[in-house]
Design a protein around this ligand. Sequence first.
Ligand SMILES: NC(=O)c1ccc[n+]([C@@H]2O[C@H](COP(=O)([O-])OP(=O)(O)OC[C@H]3O[C@@H](n4cnc5c(N)ncnc54)[C@H](OP(=O)(O)O)[C@@H]3O)[C@@H](O)[C@H]2O)c1
Length: 234
Amino acid sequence: MPNALVTGASSGIGRALAVRLLDKGYTVLGIGRNEEQLKELASKYTGFTYMVADLSNPENIEKIKNKVASSFSPLDLLVNNAGYGQKKKITEMAQQEITSMVNVNFVAPLLLINSLLPYMPQGSTVVNVVTAGIFVLMRQLPLYGATKIALHYASKALRNELRQKGINLVQVYPGLINTNFHPRAGLPEATRGEPPEKVADAIIRAIEKKKKEVFVPGYLAILKIFGPQLPEVF
Ligand SMILES: NC(=O)c1ccc[n+]([C@@H]2O[C@H](COP(=O)([O-])OP(=O)(O)OC[C@H]3O[C@@H](n4cnc5c(N)ncnc54)[C@H](OP(=O)(O)O)[C@@H]3O)[C@@H](O)[C@H]2O)c1
């Protein structure tokens, strides 16, 4: 049975993806802070194990690495999905609010890739959940946009690095998705958004077809014409 690690498996896109992977026969290690939600998933699926970990604290990366080394190796799939936004001007954010968001949305995915790489064999996959919002200026979520555009840039570079190890990196650009994301960020609920299962299905297809990127809904790929263009110069 293939092994997968999904961050942010307690709700929204991560939860929907964990369920799809479990249905496909994966053994899933889900990461999040909400133990009640994670426990509920574990009670429904024998293949689901969870670890309560706050990804804003880089010290937790070591604990996750130890868990993977002891029980989830080889790791066939790493999904960096956990993330959040906050409707707040950068100039009004406290130091801890800034470092926490940068850590969860940008630092944790990179630390997880670096520490789990030794357990990922050729043919495995890394999925980074970015946002289609990076192609516009999200005035209400400025730091969120900055962390995600950083993840976008790093993902482009990492894709080349991981390819040399036989690992495919999939970048995911969701548009408006109806999850807890918007209420948590201090925005109205995204009732007109797509269901998280649609993103989960698109991610599964991208993994299976070894795609490099996926937009949900698909027509949002048109946003690429706005940049950010990253021609490979040196
Ligand atoms: N919804 C959208 O419209 C949309 C659009 C584009 C991109 N995205 C991206 O999609 C990803 C998933 O978001 P979602 O829409 O599914 O929202 P969600 O329902 O709020 O889920 C976010 C997940 O991230 C986890 N998380 C947040 N902070 C964490 C922390 N400090 N430590 C560990 N886990 C943490 C949450 O787990 P706990 O609460 O258990 O900690 C939760 O499982 C995010 O990266 C988001 O930026 C969402």
